[in-house]
Design a protein around this ligand. Structure first.
Ligand code: G3P
Length: 294
């Protein structure tokens, strides 16, 4: 059963519906799920097919992705399910939007993931105006989150998520959790139209601290969700303190949310690296002659 004082929505981060069923069984609830190209490439059915030496055509891999999210929709019909467009450094907003529009028709509760880059923000701005729900992924900085806010101004509550990736900042010695705290403080000055979805969660401390900070949503890999469930779904105590160990703090910056999104410095090397990894994991699934759909 959902803990009574749990305000944050809890999503599973994964591409294997078996884990979704297991999580629901263990916790008794699940508020949604996020997927991405890397997670789809790890799906056991996709792995089996690759082990047989059979790659997918572009149409086949999209059908496969659609099949996975349709199954997830059956398991979490009321929660949000994030589906990510293919994008690499060369992918333009038009191509992202075209894919996103198609993916948005797959299920009734989709949020479409666009990268927090210039082209991704352009696509998101247009997607939101067309009434689509979006989840801006590969966000690593407060400035990027400010740009998401500005590009989606006027959206309805629930229509826009921003996904700051904390584990990947930790991996290089920076305190990823500071970015969550900073974005939440910055958004507290705004109109509340963007919800913060804490992502790239690696352990129970990330999870508990994100709840303590009051993140709107958190997406959690199955192993971490299982640990939480097996411990009886503990909530952070009043005196809970996050131990950042030797991670370098990331300072809060005063940022005006009322600028045009193109005025913010949205570049981040981890965003570029993240896009490279997602696109290369996706391309590994596809027959060589058909790679790159955008
Ligand atoms: O939701 C984003 C997440 O899948 C990224 O996690 O562990 O690859 O940094 P990770």
């Amino acid at each position: 059963m959902r803990p009574q004082n749990l305000k944050t929505r809890v999503f599973l981060d994964g591409g294997n519906p078996e884990e979704t069923s297991e999580s629901i069984k263990l916790l008794g609830f699940l508020d949604g799920q996020t997927t991405n190209p890397t997670l789809i490439s790890k799906n056991p059915e996709a792995r089996k097919r690759l082990e047989r030496g059979e790659k997918f055509s572009v149409d086949e891999i999209l059908d496969f992705y659609r099949g996975v999210v349709t199954t997830l929709y059956g398991l979490i019909p009321k929660g949000s399910i994030s589906i990510e467009v293919y994008s690499d450094a060369a992918t333009k907003a038009d191509a992202m939007l075209r894919q996103g529009k198609e993916m948005f028709t797959w299920i009734k509760n989709a949020h479409i993931k666009f990268p927090t880059t210039r082209e991704g923000l352009k696509a998101a701005e247009r997607a939101v105006r067309a009434g689509m729900r979006v989840n801006m992924t590969l966000c690593f900085s407060q400035e990027q989150a400010a740009a998401v806010y500005a590009a989606t101004r006027g959206a309805k509550k629930g229509q826009v998520f921003v996904s700051p990736f904390i584990g990947r900042l930790d991996d290089r010695g920076e305190n990823g959790m500071d970015v969550i705290a900073n974005i939440l403080s910055m958004y507290a000055q705004g109109d509340g139209h963007v919800e913060v979805l804490t992502a790239s969660v690696r352990n129970l401390d990330h999870f508990l601290y994100a709840l303590k900070l009051g993140t709107d949503i958190i997406t959690v890999p199955y192993e971490v969700l299982r640990t939480w469930g097996e411990k009886g779904m503990p909530m952070p105590e009043d005196g809970y303190r996050y131990d950042a160990k030797s991670l370098q703090p990331i300072a809060y910056r005063v940022i005006d949310l009322n600028r045009h999104w193109e005025e913010y410095d949205i570049r981040h090397d981890l965003t570029d690296k993240g896009m490279e990894k997602f696109s290369s994991d996706w391309n590994q699934l596809i027959t060589t002659e058909q790679r790159k759909i955008a």
